[in-house]
Write a protein that binds this ligand. Structure first.
Ligand SMILES: *Cc1c(COP(=O)(O)O)cnc(C)c1O
Length: 369
């Protein structure tokens, strides 16, 4: 589309240079680029749950009679259900269209153009996305070689314009945890601290019980990963009551859809099943790690989430990903200034690990001649 109707002049200046989110190519569009049929592609690129959702969710959705009605804008049932699951008061809970929506709402709540938000890099990409839309400035506090955060660097990065500090725990894409005492030292500075616990069910570590003591702590969770509901878009946050109140006011009224509410209801009735899958993924993560470690051209990093980051030695991460994809295995490729020549592999079922490792061995032989 070209032409100068003059309309673009009216776009907010802060958005003209905004990059947007570069989504990976949808599977359906890869036809012709693969050596295997689409149905047999193994998706290990988006930290999705290889076991799917609870069968109770599928059953309930088939007979769902609420599709023609608007969901409860006040999220009462949802908040009660999540209170039961987390032990945190319903008045401190706000749900969103994925937890990404809550990240976005927090930026809209706190960040005016030019305000600063501190992130530790490498970090989850959505932080940059939401900062960009608000014309907020992301201030980067680099992680160390093993991807541990640098508390002193974070504290030193605080300025008069700092509105929020984001800590992804375990961190995506690196997989490692930050010690609770480090998070609390950062929280002691008094600014809003968002701890993104998207992988809590895999790591088992949370700061949620400390929210009473630290009234600036906020915790983000999601049903996307452990409960296999990524496609229905349902996440939630635990907030100080004041912040929860504002978020409820500024969110779009029906941000969580009826199907997602049904899915939460059924998932929480099927915790034994879902947590069994989580345990299987954790066990498989450890096996995948030890298999990856045996490959000379990869350096995997220990993970407490459902994925493993690997440094690709010899600088061939891009080529490696392409070869894997051609053979029907998708992994995530990183080539950013802070993560050059890395891949992130989501943990699949045991048979996925077997196929992946076989493919990697073969590619390793090809690359090394
Ligand atoms: C996957 C993920 C999320 C959750 O995204 P949803 O919008 O809930 O699907 C949030 N934070 C991090 C760090 C993630 O990796």
């Amino acid at each position: 589309m070209s032409g100068d109707s003059g309309i673009e002049r009216l776009i907010r200046p802060g958005l003209v240079a905004f990059d947007g989110y570069s989504a990976r190519k949808a599977l359906e569009n890869l036809e012709g680029e693969l050596e295997v049929p689409l149905e047999s592609v193994i998706k290990l690129d988006a930290n999705e749950n290889p076991y799917g959702c609870s069968p109770r969710v599928n059953q309930a959705l088939v007979s769902c009679r609420e599709v023609n009605t608007y969901a409860d804008a006040g999220q009462q049932e949802l908040s009660r259900l999540i209170e039961g699951y987390t032990g945190i008061d319903a008045e401190q809970i706000v749900s969103g269209n994925g937890s990404c929506e809550l990240i976005d709402l927090l930026f809209r709540l706190f960040v005016e153009p030019g305000d600063e938000v501190i992130v530790t890099v490498p970090a989850f990409i959505m932080y940059r996305f939401s900062a960009g839309i608000c014309s907020g400035r992301l201030v980067e506090a680099p992680r160390d070689k093993g991807f541990g955060i640098n508390v002193e660097a974070i504290k030193a990065a605080i300025s008069k314009r700092t509105k929020m500090i984001l800590i992804d725990n375990p961190n995506n894409p690196t997989g490692n945890l930050t010690a609770q005492k480090d998070i609390l030292e950062i929280a002691a500075a008094g600014l809003p601290v968002l701890v993104d616990e998207a992988y809590f069910e895999f790591s088992g570590e949370t700061v949620a019980p400390l929210m009473d003591q630290y009234q600036n702590l906020m915790v983000l969770r999601t049903f996307s990963k452990w409960a296999g509901l990524a496609g229905l878009r349902i996440g939630y946050g635990l907030f100080p009551p004041v912040v929860a109140g504002y978020l409820m006011k500024i969110k779009l009224p029906y941000n969580v859809n009826v199907a997602a509410i049904v899915a939460v209801r059924e998932s929480l009735k099927d915790l034994d099943y879902l947590m069994g899958n989580v345990r299987a993924i954790i066990a498989e993560r450890e096996r995948l790690f030890s298999e990856l470690k045996k490959l000379k051209f990869l350096k995997p990093f220990p993970s407490r989430a459902n994925f493993i980051l690997c440094s690709v030695l010899g600088g061939l991460a891009g080529e490696l990903c392409q070869k894997l994809q051609k053979g029907g295995i998708q992994v995530r490729y990183f080539s950013t200034p802070v993560l050059q020549n890395y891949i992130r592999i989501s943990v699949g079922k045991p048979e996925h690990t077997d196929i992946l490792i076989r493919a990697l061995r073969k590619i390793g032989e090809e690359i090394n001649g």
